[in-house]
Design a protein around this ligand. Structure first.
Ligand code: NAD
Length: 461
C-alpha cells in the first residue's frame, strides 16, 4: 500500500466509525484549530515572513485573523447549520413527512496554493470539519516554511484519526489524486485546476475549484480619486500583488487615467515610502522564477512609476503603466504581482464590453458614484464577486459566499457556504404504511379514481 493509500484508508476507517459526526467533535476540532492559531501566532507569522516576506500585521489581517473569523462565525451557528430542515410536501404524498438532512461527505482533500498558504488551506478546513468530514490537507510546497509548520502543528491540535497533512509538490499531489475522495477542494491556477478536475472525473469525485484570472477594475471621474487610489493600491500591493482577487488591471478613459496616476503614486508612497524595497511592510515575490516572469512582462513597458526588479531579492517595485494595449503581454495572463496596467476605454459601456469579451474573472471592481453605471456592471458582466469601492474586501465577510464562475472557478465557500460545500443535503421522506394512499397510483390505470388522479396532476385539465 502506498503512503497516500495508507493515509486515506486510515481516515476512511475513522470516518466510517462515525467519530466525526457529532456536533461535539466538530466543535472541539474548531476550538482546537483556534487555539493552535493563538498559541503559535509568532511561529506562524515567522513562517509567512520566511515564505513571502509578509509583515506580521498583514499576516494577521489576511491569514490568521481571517481563519479565526471563520471559526468564530461557524461555532455559534453549527447547531442551526446541522439541523434537518422540514419541508412541506405536496398533498399527493400525504400523509408523509419530508426533511432535508445535511450529512458529511466523508474523506475530503484540500489542496492549497502558496500565496496565502495558511488561510487558503485552513478556511476550507474549517468548513470540512464543521460539516463533519475527515480531511487530507496538502499545502503548497512553494511556501515551504508554512507547509512544514502546518504539518507539525495540525496533528498536535486536531484529531489525528481524522486529519492528515501531506507535504509535497506535483508528484505527491498526483499520488493523492489517485485515491478515492468524497470531495476535492482545490485552490490554485487554472492549469492545475484542470489537472485536478480531470483526475476527479475518473472517479466522479465532486470538486470545488477556486482559481484565478484577471480581475478588472473600472473607475470613472465621479469618485474621489485620492481615496479610490489608496484602495486600489492597497488591494493591488497586498502580498506584493500575489492575491487572487487583486485588481489585475484598470479600465478608465484616458482623461480619468491621467488624473488618477499621480494619486496612485502618492498612495503607494504613503503606504510603502519612496523606495518600497526598504519598506518592512512590502512583501516579496515567492520565487526568483516568478520574479523573472514579472520582469518579462515589463520588458517593453513604459511605467508611469516603478518598474525596478531585483531577481536575487525577489523584489518587484510597485508599478503602474498607463495606456497599455489590450494585446500587450501584461493583458494575456493573470499578473499576480505588483504591476498595474491601465487600459483606456471610451466609456463605461466599452469597459463592460471589454470585460465580457474575456474569461469570467474572480472579482470585478467598480468605482463610480453613478448608480446607473454600477447597476449596468452588475447586470451586464459576470464575475465570481463584485465589490463597489473596495477591492478584495469582500473576502473578509464570512456572510458572503466566495468563489469563481467560468474559468475563475466553480463552487463557493466561507461561512455557511463552506458548510454546504462539504455536506450532502440528503432528502428524507417518511411515509407510514397505513393508510396505504399510494394504492391510488398503482395500475390498472382505469376507473374514476385514476381519472380523478389525472385531473389532479394536470391541475384540472
Ligand atoms: P498552482 O496551481 O501552481 O498550485 C496549487 C497547488 O497545486 C499546490 O499545492 C501545488 O503543489 C499543486 N500542484 C502544482 N502542480 C501540480 C500538478 N501538476 N498536479 C497536481 N498538483 C499540482 O497555483 P499557485 O501558483 O500555488 O497559486 C497561484 C494561483 O492560484 C493563481 O492563479 C491564483 O489566482 C490562484 N488563487 C486562487 C484563489 C482563490 O481563492 N480563487 C486564491 C489564491 C490563489
Amino acid at each position: 500500500m502506498s503512503r497516500a493509500e495508507q493515509t486515506t484508508h486510515e481516515l476512511r476507517t475513522a470516518f466510517d466509525a462515525g467519530i466525526t459526526r457529532s456536533r461535539r467533535w466538530r466543535r472541539d476540532q474548531l476550538r482546537a484549530l483556534r487555539r493552535m492559531l493563538l498559541e503559535n501566532q509568532p511561529e506562524i507569522e515567522q513562517a509567512l515572513h520566511d515564505d513571502l516576506g509578509k509583515h506580521p500585521l498583514e499576516a494577521v489581517i489576511t491569514e490568521i485573523g481571517m481563519v479565526i473569523a471563520e471559526i468564530d462565525y461557524a461555532l455559534p451557528r453549527l447547531r442551526r447549520w446541522m439541523r434537518a430542515r422540514t419541508v412541506p410536501l405536496p398533498l399527493m404524498l400525504a400523509p408523509a413527512r419530508g426533511r432535508a438532512v445535511p450529512e458529511p461527505l466523508g474523506v475530503v482533500l484540500i489542496i492549497g496554493p502558496w500565496n496565502y498558504p495558511l488561510q487558503l488551506v485552513l478556511n476550507p478546513l474549517v468548513g470540512a470539519l464543521a460539516a463533519g468530514n475527515a480531511a487530507v490537507v496538502k499545502p503548497s510546497e512553494l511556501a515551504g516554511a508554512t507547509s512544514s509548520l502546518l504539518a507539525e502543528l495540525l496533528p498536535l491540535y486536531l484529531d489525528q484519526r481524522a486529519l492528515a497533512v501531506v507535504e509535497g509538490g506535483a508528484e505527491v499531489t498526483g499520488q493523492l489524486l489517485e485515491q478515492r475522495f468524497d470531495h476535492i477542494f482545490f485552490t490554485g491556477s487554472e492549469k492545475v485546476g484542470g489537472i485536478v478536475a480531470t483526475a476527479a472525473a475518473r472517479t466522479l469525485t465532486p470538486v470545488t475549484l477556486e482559481l484565478g484570472g484577471k480581475s478588472p477594475t473600472y473607475i470613472d471621474d465621479s469618485v474621489d480619486l485620492a481615496v479610490a487610489a489608496r484602495r486600489i493600491m492597497w488591494g493591488k500591493l497586498l502580498n506584493a500583488g500575489q492575491t487572487c482577487v487583486a485588481p489585475d488591471y484598470l479600465l478608465a478613459t484616458p482623461a480619468t487615467a491621467r488624473a488618477l496616476v499621480p494619486h496612485l503614486e502618492r498612495a503607494t508612497r504613503e503606504m510603502y515610502g519612496s523606495d518600497a524595497a526598504t519598506s518592512p511592510d512590502y512583501g516579496r515575490i515567492v520565487t526568483p522564477r516568478h520574479a523573472e516572469r514579472l520582469a518579462r512582462m515589463l520588458t517593453d513597458a513604459a511605467p508611469s512609476f516603478g518598474g525596478e526588479v531585483s531577481l536575487e531579492q525577489r523584489y518587484v517595485a510597485p508599478t503602474v503603466i498607463d495606456g497599455v494595449d489590450a494585446d500587450s503581454p501584461l493583458m494575456q495572463e493573470e499578473i499576480f504581482g505588483p504591476i498595474l496596467p491601465i487600459v483606456h476605454v471610451g466609456s463605461a459601456a466599452e469597459a463592460r464590453a471589454f470585460i465580457r469579451s474575456r474569461p469570467k474573472p474572480l472579482a470585478a471592481y467598480v468605482f463610480s458614484r453613478r448608480r446607473r453605471v454600477r447597476r449596468a456592471f452588475l447586470a451586464e458582466t459576470s464575475s465570481g464577486g463584485v465589490s463597489f469601492g473596495a477591492p478584495a474586501a469582500h473576502l473578509g465577510a464570512p456572510q458572503l459566499p466566495f468563489g469563481g464562475v467560468g474559468t475563475s472557478g466553480m463552487g463557493a465557500y466561507h461561512g455557511e457556504a463552506s458548510f454546504r460545500t462539504f455536506s450532502h443535503l440528503k432528502s428524507v421522506l417518511d411515509k407510514p404504511l397505513r393508510p396505504d394512499t399510494m394504492r391510488l397510483a398503482y395500475p390498472p390505470y382505469r376507473g374514476w379514481v385514476k381519472s380523478l388522479l389525472r385531473r389532479m396532476l394536470m391541475r384540472g385539465r
